[in-house]
Ligand binder design. Structure first.
Ligand SMILES: C[S@@+](CC[C@H](N)C(=O)[O-])C[C@H]1O[C@@H](n2cnc3c(N)ncnc32)[C@H](O)[C@@H]1O
Length: 357
């Protein structure tokens, strides 16, 4: 049994023909009434997946310290737009702002802008961040002009991707069409894709993805940084320019079929950091592994400080959370961190001088 949204998508395909996986993903995640990110409360233990800030307060605290340090490096400007893309339950930003209360002048210099399409999450963000009087926007472009400090954790992976396969004919796009029984199914388009020239040379059988929405957004962030200065920090799971098909579906913390139950299933794809960095048109640092980044920012010291005033059970939980965030077989390697800035003269905290590692 499919969902109401699945039936709507099938009807659209029956009327107008197969659609790209990007169009399918946009409908499945962002349909105004039935999209996954419109109605569910997806993030957290009760949702389909959990995220780094929900695992430990240390994540948001360390990212907050990073933002405040960048603000100091910018010369402490006022009127800074502190922006989070896809703030989930507001946990990351609440931890970041609590941890930076002691940075003289920082809170007075920033106004908080949250880019979020989910009304229920907006309500939770409002509770978590009431003291900072956030403004909400549906799109980054609606954030007022000004110097920028931007953070995005697990946001770009939710943006729609096209998928391609290299066949004897050339790069061919994977489309969503209908099977004989009217259910959704994946099939290659018959001709060579007009996007072929944007894809790398590869052997027959290779697969590739293209996230036009992510590249356009990275370009818009880069232009904003060029006009007004500032920094952006992008954390996501991803790769650095490699080929492959990474689109995956998760429902109730379990893998699911990509076309299964649209609107009830989370879809995400690995972020191509090399393409994203290039699209910003600005100096970038990284991507570095999340584990390396958090260790360079001092997660071990922060964990020790928290444990010093914790019970035995709490100490074990802090160690477990820390391992989850940095261990190579957990989030430490899969997740990468990219900084985009207005200045290439010195690497920001957490990054070595090499552009990627
Ligand atoms: C995977 S969650 C990550 C939440 C949070 N950053 C965290 O780390 O817990 C993705 C977030 O982006 C929001 N989102 C997804 N697609 C969006 C879009 N197209 N525009 C604005 N927000 C979006 C979701 O509602 C959610 O808040």
């Amino acid at each position: 049994m499919t969902t109401e949204l699945g039936r709507l998508i099938a009807r659209r395909i029956a009327l107008t023909g197969p659609i790209s996986l990007a169009d399918f993903m946009a409908e499945a995640l962002s349909h105004p009434r039935l999209g996954y990110y419109r109605k569910a409360l997806p993030v957290g233990a009760a949702g389909d997946f959990t995220t780094a800030p929900e695992i430990s307060q240390m994540f948001g605290e360390l990212l907050g310290a990073w933002l405040a340090e960048r603000w100091l490096a910018m010369g402490c400007p006022s009127g800074v737009r502190l922006v989070e893309l896809g703030p989930g339950r507001g946990t990351l930003m609440a931890d970041a702002l609590r941890a930076t209360r002691g940075v003289a002048g920082f809170h007075a210099a920033v106004d908080l802008h949250l880019v979020e399409i989910n009304e229920q999450l907006r309500a939770l963000q409002g509770q978590a961040l009431a003291a900072y009087k956030p403004a909400w926007h549906a799109r980054f472009d609606d954030v007022p002009e000004g110097p920028l400090l931007l953070i995005a954790n697990e946001f770009f992976d939710a943006l729609p991707v096209r998928q391609f396969e290299k066949t004897a004919r050339g790069w061919t796009e994977r489309m969503v069409g209908l099977a004989d029984d009217g259910t959704l199914r994946l099939a290659l388009a018959p001709g060579v894709s007009p996007y072929a020239s944007a894809l790398p040379d590869a052997a027959e059988g290779a697969q590739a993805e293209l996230c036009e929405a992510g590249l356009a957004l990275a370009g818009a962030v880069g232009q904003r940084l060029q006009r007004h200065g500032g920094w952006a920090l992008i954390v996501d799971y991803g790769h650095d320019g490699a080929l492959g098909a990474s689109l995956q579906a998760v429902r109730d913390h379990r893998d699911a079929g990509i076309l299964d139950r649209p609107g009830e299933t989370d879809l995400s794809a690995h972020v191509d950091f090399a393409a994203l960095a290039q699209a910003t048109g600005r100096p970038t640092f990284g991507p570095v592994r999340q584990g390396d980044f958090l260790q360079r920012l001092g997660i071990a010291e922060r964990a020790r400080a928290l444990k010093a005033r914790a019970s035995e059970t709490q100490r074990a939980a802090i160690d477990a959370a820390s391992a989850r965030l940095i261990a190579p077989d957990q989030m430490g390697t899969l997740f990468r961190v990219l900084a985009v800035g207005d200045d290439r003269s010195a690497a920001p905290a957490g990054f070595s001088d090499t552009p990627s590692d």
